[in-house]
Design a protein around this ligand. Structure first.
Ligand code: PA5
Length: 429
């Protein structure tokens, strides 16, 4: 993958770019020497190198065993315990996979990522007619949303398959000792994977949290780790692309470009943006600081958010993820009658039109005074998603340190919980 910052140059100077790159080099070093804030949560830095082939094979084998007997895997989790897996699965899946039957490729559905009664009701109705299993993911083992969904879905599972068979259909991914989930898993003998102590939720895609659901969906987790490993190597030396990204967004933030929009031109990357928003929002949004992360999917959103980006308040910058190669090919044919006046496009691939839209939009947004950071990957596959995930994680740590916050805690998330628990009269609140 590559990064290009030529489209922010008219908003800054070479001196400033150098100055912020030096800051980024310094803060990247802090991550490696573990001398910065939140240094007990830096385990993610070495994950691609420390996860062993045996661990990966164990995940694959557990997945394989279940794949042949289920139509649906319900993954229960919220925040960092669901977004990474969802992002990768959506990126790799056929756009219409939900309507296609693929042998030994169960559909992965999610639960416990909201408190919607209707969502849960409709899911339970669906599961009545399908063969399924549950994966419950919670590092703390106490988060309300997944705990509530798990209590309900576990009972349904036990009623459908009997207690003994149900146990074989539940995978728990949690802390090595803390939390109610670990206790539940121990007592029932569920197959359990451990989330390392020093890896926070939103940095946990490269642990079983992300890798197990991805393996169940039928994708190559070893390739993901391989891509991440390559990026770990690339970003461990000074003057790397993660530093460039972190430095660039901080330059812009300091010039009052306080909103960053992650842009894609391929709807398969929509959920990658959701994962990215959590990563940056929860890591940097503290102490009254932080770039506000937003996202759009073009060209769809050129017909909704395009107007604002072109003409609205000038506090926005874009980070565009371009994918060089599509998986398939469609050429627009010439039509004799040409009643739709599209013959000027005859012989062109749809992707050529998409790329022209991308170029046209970049030019328009530049004219509209929107700074743009360009990131490109050759194609959407496991390897490049592994690279992208590690790249964004590394840049997030570097960027958070430049901003002088602790990127690895999330004290603000507790505020709503405290109120909700008081309202619900949870003992102790
Ligand atoms: O990134 C984080 O730490 C959070 O988003 C958590 O992943 C989220 O709150 C879920 O927590 P848990 O895995 O403990 O249920």
């Amino acid at each position: 993958m590559q990064i290009n910052i030529s489209n922010i140059k008219s908003f800054t100077s070479e001196t400033e770019i150098k100055e912020f790159k030096q800051k980024a080099i310094k803060t990247n070093k802090l991550l490696h020497t573990k001398d910065g804030k939140g240094n007990d949560f830096l385990g993610w830095i070495n994950l691609p190198n420390t996860i062993t082939d045996n661990e990966l094979s164990d995940i694959e084998n557990t997945a394989k065993e279940l794949q042949s007997k289920i139509d649906i895997m319900v993954v229960i989790g919220i925040g960092g315990s669901y977004l990474g897996a969802k992002a990768v699965i959506e990126a790799l899946s056929d756009n219409f996979s939900m309507l296609k039957n693929e042998k030994n490729k169960p559909k992965v559905l999610f639960a416990g990522q909201n408190l919607s009664e209707d969502y849960l009701y409709e899911l339970r109705e669906l599961l009545k007619e399908r063969s399924y299993a549950l994966t419950i993911i919670s590092k703390s083992g106490t988060t309300t949303e997944p705990a509530v969904a798990f209590r309900i879905l576990r009972k349904d599972l036990e009623e459908k398959y009997g207690k003994e068979d149900a146990k074989k259909r539940i995978i728990a991914i949690t802390d090595k000792e803390k939390g109610a989930l670990k206790q539940l898993a121990n007592e029932n003998g569920y197959k359990t994977y451990i989330i390392p102590d020093d890896v926070g939720g939103r940095f946990s895609v490269l642990t079983p949290v992300g890798l197990f659901p991805i393996a169940i969906a039928g994708y190559d987790i070893k390739k993901i780790v391989e891509g991440a490993k390559n990026m770990a190597k690339e970003t461990s030396n000074p003057n790397n692309i993660a530093e460039t990204y972190a430095a660039s967004r901080n330059i812009l933030y300091n010039k009052n470009y306080t909103n960053e929009i992650l842009v894609n031109y391929n709807p398969k990357l929509t959920f990658l943006a959701e994962w990215w928003k959590q990563l940056y929002g929860e890591s940097e949004g503290k102490e009254g600081k932080g770039v506000f992360p937003a996202s759009v999917s073009f060209t769809t959103d050129l017909h909704s958010m395009g107007q604002y980006i072109q003409d609205g308040k000038r506090n926005i910058f874009e980070t565009v993820i371009s994918v060089e190669k599509t998986k398939y090919k469609i050429v627009l044919e010439k039509n004799k009658a040409n009643l739709d006046n599209l013959n000027y496009l005859a012989g062109k691939r749809i992707e050529e039109i998409n790329k022209s839209a991308e170029l046209g939009t970049t030019m328009a947004h530049k004219d509209g005074k929107v700074p743009i950071i360009n990131i490109s990957i050759p194609e959407i596959n496991e390897y490049y998603l592994g690279e992208l995930i590690y790249f964004f994680e590394k840049a997030c740590g570097i960027s958070g340190y430049i901003l002088d916050v602790n990127p690895f805690d999330q004290p603000g998330v507790e505020a709503y919980k405290k109120n909700m628990f008081q309202i619900l009269k949870k003992p102790g609140y």
